[in-house]
Design a protein around this ligand. Sequence first.
Ligand SMILES: [Zn+2]
Ligand SMILES: [Zn+2]
Ligand SMILES: [Zn+2]
Length: 484
Amino acid sequence: MADSTGRKPSLTSRLARAFKSKSSGEKLRKKSWGGPETRKPSISPTTATQTGRRSMGSAMRPDTDYYTDQIDIQTGERRDDTELLHSLAHTGSFDSLNQAFKEHVWHKDSPRGNELFSQLPQNVWEIFVSHLTLPAAASLALTCKVIQTRLGSDIFTILNQPLHREDKISFLLLLDSTLPKHLLCYQCTTYHRRTQIGHEKLKATSIPNPLYHCPLANEPTPIPLNHRLIPSHRLPFPFTQLVIRGQRYGPSYGIPADALSRRHRPSSSPWTHTLSYSINSGHLLLRSTSSAFAAPGLPPSGQRNLLYCPAEDYTPYFSVCAHWRDGLLMSLCKCALSHIPIPPPPITTQLHAGPAITLPKPAGTIVTLCSNCRPMRRCPDCPSEYLIELRFTEDRAEPVPSMRFKQAISVTRWADLGDGSTPVGREWAAINGTGEAYESFEHVGKRGISGVFEQRNGVTLPGQRMLSLNPKGERLGEEGDGWY
Ligand SMILES: [Zn+2]
Ligand SMILES: [Zn+2]
Ligand SMILES: [Zn+2]
């Protein structure tokens, strides 16, 4: 570009012009890419600056002129690269595409779907249905009146037979998302209307708490419909249904997982329990932490008295899976109890024996468990993980202030309660000791149920070895002699 004197402007003057302040009050305006302004031939650097288009790279190149570079030699128009790029994108509406689709795919003379179905010969329908499962065929029969007429009602008669109970449950579960005010009952394979919609609360086992009216509610059932948590507290299966439905379809279908969380401090036992729930990948996870103050140097009878609940057939006070009698769980608890340090006798008593005395360990001593009872353990037959700890905790019921802090044994169990679809589901059946064999070290991922649960609560568990709770693979149950 030449100025009025015919000389090319120096680099300094061009930079100064490019970045000079807008004293004239003209503001930088974003230019519309398709507006007529961009078509206006403009070769003045001042105009380019006013329209907000600056190029540091060109301004610093003394041998070329940005503005003249952008002018088409043939037409004299200024080329706009930004405009060029934007013009490649789709800018109109998609109406034309919809129009084209209607014209080419759907024609007003095309037969309607149900007319098309009614024209198919009966044997084609029979071949078609023979390739479907019973729940899929029943779902197909419900899609429209034409198909229902062609398939008949035989499918539903077959589905209602006791032989096809599992197929009926699979079919009914397909309707779950359409029935927020009902709950599928596994006693009579029927949807019952919820009687406490949105107010369902977990209560102690002794308190009647039906979620719907079922004529078979008091009948015995071959499948476990509740899972023991702690003494006098069980988790009925309908609560897992409610929590999973609420998370899957919306609040009107159930209750949040937190609504099940509880703290229990029963007066009948020395244990306190904290039960928390969480949902991960459509599965309800449980964490149950139970703790009790333990005296040092307990004899075997004292350990049993602390660990087992006589009112519940000597089941442990804390939450356990159905396989607790097999394996090491109880012996590990006893091992942990044996690590509680025994305080030395009073100094005066020690002095009777000689001048050497042992001072009591300072309060707050952390007891390290041995390599046997410290690692986390996973039940090989169900999705349950256990961690045994000794915690130095304040006993507020202790009248002597100097004795208030004591060692307490704590047993934490993490369990996967399944996806709440059916009580014969893999996880629910496994923790209750029914169903097919469950290989937990194959099914549970590397992080473990405990890792997943704690990470969802924002806690990262320290690296722990995960060992088998039953390394010898014993399956003796009550017949075994090591559990008591
Ligand atoms: Zn029922
Ligand atoms: Zn130990
Ligand atoms: Zn188990």
